[in-house]
Design a protein. Structure first.
Length: 203
């Protein structure tokens, strides 16, 4: 059940939610709300419930000034509550919510709840991928710096992204003067890359 439109933003639907299950999926949902990832919805999170007082989503909600509790029945006292999202993935909790809720309050699990858990899992995999990329970059940077050969890593526009000590000694410049400069200027002293192409390629 939607509360209607936000009077300050008539193009956005106003939805007042409470969450049962203050774990990682809850925290992820809070981060989505903070990032403004719902352009067509004005989401007002009115409460988060978890029996674990140290649950990370519950703690984040408390820091954001959102009402927190260890008993989801407290949500039934909130007159303008639209929907409760069940994120515990506990069938008994879901059935109890459905049985005890006021008729005006919807309970969502299979759609939004499952979606949020899926989004959270995808987000975790993306973070792991980002960490892997960072690890690979750190590894490659280490190998470059440890090489005795003069090495410079170039961007597609011929600017120098990284250079090791051997390369800096060869060109006789400090790293701060090399990184970001054009390789043809730093190494050849030229103003354009085409000037040091071989005669065969420049024809």
């Amino acid at each position: 059940m939607l509360s209607g439109t936000n009077p300050h933003h008539p193009e956005r639907l106003l939805l007042r939610l409470a969450i049962v299950g203050g774990g990682r999926a809850c925290k992820f949902f809070l981060e989505l709300i903070k990032s403004g990832s719902f352009p067509l919805l004005e989401i007002e999170l009115v409460g988060v419930c978890d029996i674990n007082p140290q649950a990370e989503g519950l703690l984040m909600a408390r820091q954001m000034g959102i009402f927190t509790t260890d008993d989801f029945r407290d949500f039934f006292k909130i007159k303008e509550l639209d929907t409760i999202i069940e994120l515990t993935n506990n069938r008994d909790v879901l059935l109890e919510l459905i049985q005890l809720r006021p008729k005006r309050v919807g309970v969502v699990e299979h759609n939004i709840g499952k979606l949020l858990r899926t989004l959270f899992a995808i987000n975790q995999r993306l973070k792991e991928a980002e960490h892997q990329v960072l690890l690979e970059k750190m590894s490659s940077d280490f190998l470059i710096q440890q090489s005795n050969a003069a090495i410079a890593v170039l961007n597609i526009d011929f600017t120098i992204a990284e250079a090791n000590e051997a390369y800096l000694e060869m060109v006789g410049k400090a790293k701060k003067d090399v990184v970001g400069s054009y390789c043809y200027e730093t190494y050849y002293g030229l103003s354009a890359p085409h000037r040091y192409l071989s005669p065969q390629r420049s024809k």
